[in-house]
Design a protein around this ligand. Structure first.
Ligand SMILES: Nc1nc2c(ncn2[C@@H]2O[C@H](COP(=O)(O)OP(=O)(O)OP(=O)(O)O)[C@@H](O)[C@H]2O)c(=O)[nH]1
Ligand SMILES: [Mg+2]
Length: 486
């Protein structure tokens, strides 16, 4: 009897939840991007604007006055760290410092109370999940054997410019015989040198993006576990790996990495998202040069593939990702004069066109935007000789260097970062016609130079509300949640 009542009660609760969702929508929004893409700043600025009723002219529900208020609420997942909204706002607004780098998943729940177009009072529950883009680049490992992954990683490491920083790892690799007995010290050294190679690829000069496995660069509490102590080996045949060999050991650990890291991420986080924004620091790649651009293109292709292959191949229908909207956003557009914003958007479109078409085929609606979650610069025209250069004005972060000058973090300067090309294809030439970036020349001779600037002072809206200035953040908001507020 008791069981019967309990079952009925559960069914009734499910029905209530279901009908609740019918009228009061819920969106689980994934915010991702490779490290430093601007995830933390984006979420902080978005939530700050929503809570305050910021200046968001393109966000229809707010401009038409249908949003009554927005507030934070306790998040649904007890095991996921809460997004440190208050401390990030404090550093951005009170200290005018960018928030510290974060290397973990985190979550924040925002409730938006609004009036539907037909006049009913409703609540939109927006769960925002911040997770590293590097974790997405691990998903393709699920369908790859150790042997295939090792061969691919080695092939990449022999290409320019990666080969420049792979020498130490390669010379250690040459001393290893995969078919000999397993050897912990050899595995430890190989994993260390391989990790150093990945780190060197990621630095500002080379700005490579495609660097799996993601946890090698952000190990968290898995540091020095066997699941992170493996590396590619040079294999002369496809296997099978001899029992007890170094090869078998590496293979086993690679499989553990998938079990311990990749599958749980897919199941607990990725498969539960409804919508996704992928933040892309295209300017960092442009700073570095054509190789970094091509690498970013491959990485974005792999990221967008996840939204498609995830649907079709990885898992049962129960775990199928249900993402119906993906926004690709080029961040930090405030480093450019507004005359270049559309060009940046065109470059991101060009970077993702093949991959976006595939994600659209899988049923997701894809859009592209160039934005600055926080606009830290203003515009000016600087006269140089007879030329009037469209420039930006901001306070460079202390320690940034340009034309031999080291900035103190207090002085405002006008900067001309370089004109983005009208035809995005111009950035994709290699060799003869390639543009010059930090990977191949000195900062003074590079074609583009984007200098980090400090966060701005708050701006006051017409209604007297102090808010963070931004570029096109409202367009992102409209695309990501606007249709659920009708
Ligand atoms: N000017 C400007 N700079 C930005 C903006 N967003 C991010 N940045 C810069 O990019 C850096 C990285 O931004 P974060 O939001 O911390 O990036 P993240 O993706 O969370 O990075 P990790 O947590 O390290 O993965 C910041 O410290 C700023 O220097 C923006 O809207 N405008
Ligand atoms: Mg972060």
């Amino acid at each position: 009897m008791f069981e019967f009542i309990e079952a009925a009660r559960l069914a009734a609760r499910a029905l209530v939840e279901f009908s609740g969702h019918l009228f009061d929508p819920t969106i689980r929004l994934g915010v991702t991007g490779l490290s430093h893409a601007g995830k933390t700043v984006f979420i902080t600025a978005l939530v700050h604007g929503l809570l305050r009723g910021g200046r968001f002219p393109v966000f229809e529900a707010l401009t038409t006055g249908r949003v009554a208020r927005a507030h934070l609420a306790p998040q649904p997942d007890d095991a996921v760290p809460r997004f440190g909204y208050e401390s990030h706002v404090h550093s951005l607004v009170a200290e005018r410092r960018w928030p510290a780098s974060t290397q973990q998943i985190s979550e924040l729940r925002v409730i938006v109370e609004y009036q539907s177009q037909s006049g009913y009072q409703r609540k939109l529950t927006l769960d925002i999940v911040d997770y590293p883009g590097e974790w997405l680049l691990d998903l393709p490992l699920l369908t790859k054997s150790y042997e295939i992954w090792a061969a691919e990683s080695l092939r990449l490491s022999r290409q320019r410019p990666r080969a420049n920083v792979a020498a130490d790892w390669h010379s250690h690799l040459a001393t290893l015989n995969p078919e000999r007995a397993e050897d912990e010290q050899a595995a430890v050294t190989a994993a260390r040198l391989f990790t150093e190679y990945l780190k060197a690829c990621r630095n500002e000069h080379y700005a490579m993006s495609l660097l799996p496995p993601g946890r090698f660069l952000m190990p968290g509490d898995l540091a020095s576990t066997p699941a992170l102590t493996f590396a590619p080996l040079e294999l002369s045949n496809e296997g099978p790996a001899p029992t007890g060999s170094l090869w078998a050991m590496m293979r086993r650990r690679y499989e553990s990495y998938k079990d311990v890291v990749v599958r749980p991420f897919f199941r607990d986080h990725f498969a539960r998202l409804d919508r996704q924004i992928v933040l892309v620091d295209a300017l960092a790649a442009i700073n570095s040069g054509p190789d970094a651009i091509l690498d970013l293109e491959s990485a974005l292709g792999a990221v967008l593939d996840c939204f498609q292959t995830g649907r079709n191949t990885f898992f049962s229908t129960l775990l199928r990702p249900r993402i119906d909207r993906i926004l690709l956003a080029a961040t930090k557009a405030d480093h450019l004069h507004h005359t270049s914003h559309d060009r940046l958007e065109a470059i991101l479109k060009r970077l993702t066109e093949g991959a976006a078409a595939k994600a659209e085929l899988a049923g997701a609606h894809v859009d592209v935007v160039a934005l600055a979650a926080v606009r830290a610069t203003r515009e000016a025209t600087v006269q140089r000789g007879r030329d009037h250069l469209p420039s930006i004005v901001g306070v460079p972060v202390a320690g940034e260097i340009a034309t031999g000058e080291t900035f103190d973090g207090e002085t405002e300067v006008a900067m001309f970062p370089g004109d983005l090309p009208a035809d995005p294809n111009d950035l994709f030439h290699k060799d003869g016609n390639a543009f010059r970036g930090l990977a191949s020349t000195t900062p003074a001779n590079a074609d583009f130079r984007f200098i980090r600037v400090r966060p701005p002072f708050l701006e006051v809206t017409e209604g007297g509300i102090p808010v963070l200035p931004h570029i096109r953040l409202d367009r992102a908001l409209q695309f990501l949640i606007g249709d659920r507020l009708l």
